[in-house]
Design a protein around this ligand. Structure first.
Ligand SMILES: [Zn+2]
Length: 159
């Protein structure tokens, strides 16, 4: 088993921010390992885990691998090329409006497109390094999800 990095993100962030995640980490038995509260440590049956809290001013996209990502139109499910998707994402990052789907010419926000595997949009994420091949330990996900009161998703970070 190799070391892998995962980003854990709320599936629907709502108004939750970095402070909510700090409170959730404390509730989940983590201790701050730096003064700024970005690095946290927990000893549990999952072993010693370090998690890093990442907070951004604007929502970021979290996805594993664009080469295998499939994007589709939310109206007719026609695949959207990655080139079109990249253009839609740059427009969205630049504060542009909705993306016009090439297949049906309807407007859709980048968050509304169909993604396989899922793409998450969040201002707050937890980064964890583990030896698991199939994702962060499920116990860890359950603890943090309960504490923050939101379902969580994760993506593998390809460095
Ligand atoms: Zn369409």
């Amino acid at each position: 088993m190799s070391i892998k990095y995962y980003d854990i993100v709320p599936k629907n962030e709502g108004t939750a921010g970095a402070d909510d995640f700090r409170r959730a980490l404390i509730k989940a038995g983590f201790e701050p390992a730096d003064k700024a509260g970005f690095r946290w440590r927990s000893s549990s049956s999952d072993g010693n885990l370090d998690v890093y809290l990442m907070a951004f001013r604007e929502p970021c996209l979290f996805f594993s691998n664009t080469r295998t990502l499939k994007v589709a139109c939310p109206f007719c499910r026609t695949p959207i090329s990655l080139a079109d998707w990249h253009r839609a994402v740059s427009d969205w990052r630049a504060g542009g409006g909705a993306f016009t789907t090439p297949c049906c010419g309807k407007k859709a926000g980048v968050r509304q497109l169909i993604y396989d595997p899922p793409v998450y949009f969040a201002r707050t994420a937890l980064s964890v390094c583990t030896r698991g091949d199939s994702g962060p330990p499920s116990g860890l996900l359950a603890r943090i999800s309960r504490a923050v009161g939101r379902p969580l998703g994760f993506v593998e970070r390809l460095c």
